[in-house]
Design a protein around this ligand. Structure first.
Ligand code: HPA
Length: 271
């Protein structure tokens, strides 16, 4: 693992000279932030050694280097999901690479189903904690002490200071943003009504198919992590409406501007 990270980092450093302070992972339908970046380099995933190869036709992901709010950032436009058949280690490999490129902060976005009855489609949910319902964990296997501890503490996976700054930004801008618990499932099926109710019962406010593997690896490497869900559909309601991927993408695209605003302001105030 470590050797692979080194190899990938060396390759990127031979092309990219600026050191990013923050990494950003953009979720489904949430790629609009890229328009705000003054792009310096854009590398297709398939041109990056050791990056997972995308299985979905027409879904070429890109690793983008540039400036956002005056800060050097690296952005993953397109992420890898467990339901696509990648291993947990493959999904989180780019986070390892971004750490060794110099990032201190990881910002993550995703589309999620709301299970808290107070949530509405188009709301944001700042993630304050998570429940891992995926059938695995990216740290399973031999631990590399040079990357992090065997048994990482998870008492504050998402940075509390950044969460309170994000809340202030949302309030100032009149953006509906909750602070809640994200439950991660493998997918690719959306949840049954009983599953949505179960997730609510165990303390989830929203449910989705990503983010937690990346956040775990960020915590492992002592990166400061911040994540936001865009609520794209509602689960566990009395009259359940069927969920489709198209509806999820549409709702995400509609709410994307709010998320970009919060990410931009947070990044402008980074050291
Ligand atoms: N469930 C799981 N993942 C999701 C959902 C959902 O309702 N919406 C968007 N991603």
């Amino acid at each position: 693992m470590s050797e692979k990270i080194q190899q990938t980092v060396s390759h990127i450093l031979s092309l990219v000279k600026t050191k990013p302070v923050a990494g950003i992972i953009l979720g489904s339908g949430l790629g609009g932030l890229v328009k705000e970046i003054s792009v310096e380099h854009s590398l297709g995933y398939s041109d990056i050694p050791n990056f997972p190869v995308s299985t979905v036709a027409g879904h070429q992901g890109k690793l983008i280097f540039g400036k956002l709010s005056g800060k050097n950032v690296v952005v993953m436009q397109g992420r890898f999901h467990f339901y696509e058949g990648y291993s947990m280690q493959e999904i989180t490999f780019p986070v390892r690479v971004m750490k060794f490129l110099g990032i201190k902060n990881l910002f993550i976005s995703n589309a999620a189903g709301g299970v808290n009855p107070a949530y509405q489609i188009g709301d944001l949910m700042i993630i304050r904690d998570h429940i891992n319902l995926m059938p695995s964990n990216p740290l399973i296997g031999k631990n590399s002490e040079s990357l992090g501890l065997r048994f990482p503490d998870m008492s504050e996976p998402y940075n509390k200071n950044i969460i309170s700054r994000a809340k202030e930004i949302a309030e100032r801008k009149n953006i509906r943003a909750h602070v809640g618990v994200y439950a991660a499932v493998s997918g690719p099926t959306f949840e049954t009504q009983a599953e949505y109710r179960y997730i609510r019962t165990i303390g989830g406010d929203a449910v989705g198919m990503s983010t937690v593997p990346e956040a775990i690896v960020a915590v492992h490497m002592k990166l400061s992590c911040f994540a936001v869900s865009v609520i794209t559909d509602l689960g566990g309601m009395e009259e359940q409406v069927p969920v489709s991927h198209l509806d999820v993408l549409k709702a995400a695209e509609e709410a994307e501007g709010k998320l970009t605003h919060i990410f931009k302001e947070l990044i402008s105030s980074l050291d």
